[in-house]
Ligand binder design. Structure first.
Ligand SMILES: Cc1ncc(COP(=O)(O)O)c(C=O)c1O
Length: 333
């Protein structure tokens, strides 16, 4: 019977779902249950879930505290959706927690439904705040699947022909294992960081909105730059008037152990930080955490997203942050 269910789902997928939604494995499985670090497929086969969605389950599947809270919200008929046109305890408190967790400056948050949407808002914030268009992104970087964020990606397998967009130039990746400059880690001159300068000087007017980079390039193959890379890029981008955007969609929520945001380990106070994935531990939520001075530049206009910061998602993200602290998950990395 369960085997039939798998075949049935596979058939529906093939027939009705976009062909870009590619399932893992030749014989795709259906994960039907998750508890703690384990997941179960349609045949009741148990897995140690090291993938967690795609690195989105940060505090284990169906954490008992989150489950209890969600069930009590349902029992009390707590409002499921109202938009940010109304005040919401969960959204407001989550914004405060995130702003206080991020280093360096007073900050404002914008809650989204995904990492792509967060990065869209981040580059828009940098562009509005600087009055400049150009964003420098990295080859091998990945920042999402919307039009503008695909345009930031430095990977051919994610790019489509005739894809619109502009205002982005790509610098070489800080890829020590296959250094594009043929240099050796430890004895190099950070040619990869200097390439950011070269790209600005040769492909832009000399002024930029900013740079966007993952502290560790995830989708690109877990490319972990030399320690000084990000601080050097910060110095370079500042010299051209740009903002530093740290895409922490994969690396945030304390995943790198020593700090809540991976970029902190490079001593960089990023002007804008984006998050998603592990922030919700299964709930569709993302966040932009921007230097207040930059966020203020958007004042006077509306920016609306219907579900961003909705109560259930925000509650879950808020609890994820608490659980990471209470259970000392970072210290256990
Ligand atoms: C570093 C990074 N940024 C952005 C995204 C896009 O996030 P989402 O899929 O939630 O839109 C991803 C997703 O894999 C990611 O890994």
């Amino acid at each position: 019977m369960e085997k039939d269910l798998r075949s049935h789902l596979e058939e529906l997928r093939k027939t009705y779902v976009y062909p870009t939604k590619v399932a893992l494995y030749k014989k795709p499985i259906s994960l039907v249950k998750g508890k703690g670090c384990r997941a179960w497929d349609q045949d009741g086969r148990e897995y140690l879930d090291a993938l967690g969605g795609v690195v989105s389950i940060s505090v284990r599947h169906n954490h008992p505290k989150i489950k209890k809270k969600m069930m009590s919200m349902l029992a009390e008929d707590e409002i499921q959706h109202s938009t940010h046109l109304f005040l919401s305890l969960y959204m407001e408190e989550l914004a405060e927690k995130l702003a206080k967790l991020a280093p360096g400056f007073p900050r404002n948050c914008y809650l989204t439904n995904s990492g792509s949407e967060a990065n869209e808002m981040a580059i828009m914030t940098a562009r509005v705040a600087t009055g400049e268009q150009m964003i420098i992104a990295l080859r091998h970087g990945y920042h999402g699947s919307t039009n503008a964020t695909l345009n930031l990606c430095g990977q051919a397998s994610w790019r489509y022909p005739h894809q619109g967009g502009g205002g982005v130039a790509h610098a070489m990746a800080p890829y020590c294992y296959r250094c594009p400059f043929g240099a050796k880690k430890g004895s190099c001159q950070l040619e990869c960081a200097e390439d950011v300068r070269n790209v600005v000087e040769t492909t832009t007017s000399g002024k930029v909105a900013g740079v966007i980079a993952e502290p560790i390039l995830g989708v690109g193959g877990f490319i972990d730059p030399p320690t000084e890379y990000h601080s050097k890029v910060l110095e370079i981008i500042k010299s051209f008037g740009g903002c530093y955007i740290s895409d922490e969609v994969q690396t945030g929520v304390g995943r790198t152990g020593d700090s809540f945001f991976a970029i902190e380990q490079s001593g960089v106070e990023a002007d804008v930080i984006t998050m998603a994935k592990g922030l919700g531990s299964g709930a569709p939520i993302g966040a932009v955490i921007a230097h207040r001075d930059l966020a203020e530049k958007l004042r006077g206009k509306h920016h609306f997203n219907t579900f961003g910061g909705d109560p259930y998602q925000s509650m879950q993200a808020g609890m994820v942050l608490d659980i990471i602290q209470e259970e000392q998950l970072m210290q256990k990395m």
